[in-house]
Design a protein around this ligand. Structure first.
Ligand code: C5P
Length: 218
């Protein structure tokens, strides 16, 4: 049977993963966080001090790298790294190594393989535009820089007592810049994506909007 694919793309702090995860739960289908795959690879390559431009070494390493996903938990060579990779430093590493095309191909392969056999919601930067262009529904979530920074700050200030709002705002600004200006698969809405500005919307409101779109699509 044909598998349903829903792509949710957008910049850092747009609410993608929260929305995608909730949507998958409501529709009772799988959820895949493509950013987590970039984070795992970024983390692994950085630990080994690999030059992000050294495609040859990266290709060799990625061939042997074992990434598994079970019940929304992410495993690197058998070790559960779900929590480890959430750190914003690892997000920056993901962004750095995600510029390399070998890394992107590896991640895309994993996503495509999973999307072939399961109904799925995938979130990322280039899912609707590059990885799964035949997605049944493509959503591009966005929000003002200030709002996105505010959300991240609220998430992070509990664990990191001394992190300032300005620091997070700068981090997100940099990440936006890097992700939007790289040469391969830059962050941008797919031509046929439905853009939702979530600046003034609650999670519940965004979910309702998307559920309506899903229902109307048949
Ligand atoms: O979404 P998340 O913050 O976890 O993504 C971390 C980084 O991984 C992004 O800043 C981006 O550089 C990269 N990424 C990507 N394409 C995706 C998902 C994430 O390039 N589909």
């Amino acid at each position: 049977a044909k598998k349903i694919k829903i792509a949710i793309d957008g910049p850092a702090g747009s609410g993608k993963s929260t929305i995608a995860q909730n949507l998958a739960n409501l529709l009772n289908i799988n959820y895949l966080n493509s950013g987590a795959l970039y984070r795992i690879i970024g983390y692994y390559l950085n630990e080994r001090k690999i030059d992000p431009k050294d495609s040859k070494i990266i290709e060799n390493i990625l061939e042997k790298l074992n990434i598994e996903i079970k019940n929304n938990r992410y495993f690197l060579d058998g070790k559960d790294v779900t929590i480890t990779i959430k750190d914003s430093k690892i997000g920056d590493l993901a962004s750095l190594y995600s510029k390399n095309n070998i890394v992107r191909e590896k991640v895309n392969q994993i996503i495509k393989k999973i999307a072939e056999k399961d109904n799925i919601v995938v979130d990322g930067r280039d899912i609707g535009s590059v990885v799964l262009p035949d997605s049944d529904i493509k959503i591009y979530l966005t929000a003002s820089l200030e709002e996105r920074a505010k959300r991240r700050w609220n998430e992070e200030k509990e664990q990191k007592a001394n992190i300032s709002f300005t620091e997070i705002l700068e981090e997100i600004k940099n990440r936006d810049y890097n992700d939007s200006n790289r040469s391969i698969a830059p962050l941008k809405p797919a031509q046929d994506a439905i853009i939702i500005d979530t600046t003034n919307l609650s999670i519940e409101e965004v979910l309702q909007k998307i559920l309506k779109i899903v229902k109307e699509s048949g």
